[in-house]
Design a protein around this ligand. Sequence first.
Ligand code: C2E
Ligand code: CA
Ligand code: CA
Length: 566
Amino acid sequence: MLHILRRDPGRKRKVLIVEDSEINIHYLTVIVGREYDVICAANGQEALDALRMQPGNVSLILLDLIMPVMDGYEFMNEFHAHPEEYGIAPVIVLTADREAEVESLRRGAADFIPKPLDYPEVILARIERSIALEEDSRLVRNNERDPLTLLYSRNFFMEYVRQFDLTDPEVPMDAAVIVLNRFYMLMDIYGRQFIRKVLKAISDELHRILPETGGLACRSDPGCFLMYLPHREDYDDICSRLAAIIRDVTGNTRVNIHMGIYQNVLKSLDAEQRYERASLLCYDNKNSYKTSCYYYSDEVHDKEIFNERLIMMMDTAIREKQFVVYYQPKYVIQGKRPKLHSAEALVRWVHPDMGLISPGIFIPLFEENGLVYRLDRYVWSEAARQVRLWHDKFQKKIPVSVNVSRTDIYAPELENELSDLLTLHSLDYDDLLLEITESAYTDDSAQIIETAKKLRDKGFKIEMDDFGTGYSSLSMLTSLPIDALKLDMSFVRKMLDSPRELKLIRLILDIARFLNIPAIAEGVEKEEQCNLLKEMGCDLIQGYYFSKPVPPEDFEKLIQKELEAA
Ligand code: C2E
Ligand code: CA
Ligand code: CA
């Protein structure tokens, strides 16, 4: 027997009365019907049938315990076991038996209404309170977890981390971050469904890992997960496990993750700060195609702070002329004696407190932060001024090569800026040579080729720096607008010990000959290296064997010496 007694088209909530006594049904329907839509069922089975027809539509169930066909206990077992089928709603048990209350609670009842039935106001108040409680906790439930991965959402996770610490303050804990590399690029290329599949695979694996490790996890940003685990050492294994799963579900080796781990977190740091530390290195190389694990350490922290300081100090440093340009000579070695030919301008940072800082430290940092262009412009201008000065002082042309950073090539007015500099100092195009590292060509060949062409159309000469590290293809090389090849130092460093390296040098010198451009070897420290390179047909040499990079005053001594030898 299932009667729908009232249906209000308004936004009334629905209450299901499960009761076999006609008198009680009537009484309850009248009272409850004042505030709610009412559905009635004569036993547990009818109630389940009614709920199955509209899961989630019922806000509360009033349940008698003793009924034919299916009693109240059995109903509660079935109802609570299958929320996906019947929905979730608080159950208020109607009973005259105090002992039944305990058993009902065990089976998930939210409250009781004693029989014989009480004042209408009391009944309505109990119903209202139970519905309000359930709706509040549903709100929490819905926001607590990320619907796709069923992991905690970030805010709840952070709160649970705090609670975890309060309950177990002595347990050493680790904070771990998992980042899906190139997230938005993958989304663009493979689409949303693909990304969801990958994220689901990661989270499924996290659901498997958590029972083994203890701790908790959440989905933080769209492509990022956080874990808070009792301290352990096997993160490399966890990382490989995740990588393997991703490979399995995608069949694609270009989809990968970075994992950042901050072990034995300082509990005095707040949760957010711990994850900042864990992710510090995680976002480095985020465009990489490799899965890697990064561990936070005090050194990493200090380095990060140091880098931050360098970035902050850059403006002042330029203003106060703390950047000093050194010059390292390049010598022509073919011929009777080596002759001073040109120089490379190499910047140094002479910091008032920190002393001399090597460009190997700050240049990559400034490249990353888009600051390098300003510094390079300063160096170019210093170098141009210096070339003019030497020209006037010694009546001798000493061309100087300047480094053009991989990010400078995106500056829209690069060629004009550089040629203005020449005009300003009355220099020719072959007075200021441009070194561009080979890897810039392979990183973004379209842009670099366009920029290099523009520069050469103006008249500039371009030297390809660090050649042999960037994997240019032979066919690419022949079409590249370049005027000289600079062998990467690593070849020269190993040439005396490794026949393979020697062979590679020979090969590169052949390529230069084929392209009909001079080859320059740098990092030459020994006479033996110099002689061998000369024998193999290398044109120019730069290295400690002749001179380290030196300040302009010292470089003048080299010019003087050259003039005297000539
Ligand atoms: P690079 O352009 O490949 O410069 C050559 C580096 O090798 C210089 O290091 C130089 O001092 C060093 N070197 C030269 N000969 C020898 C040798 O015989 N043995 C050894 N062990 N090293 C030698 P440095 O001056 O520390 O510069 C490092 C890098 O920083 C440069 O590599 C270049 O990429 C970058 N850099 C330096 N100055 C500038 C600049 O003004 N602008 C830009 N964008 N980059 C610069
Ligand atoms: Ca260089
Ligand atoms: Ca180089």
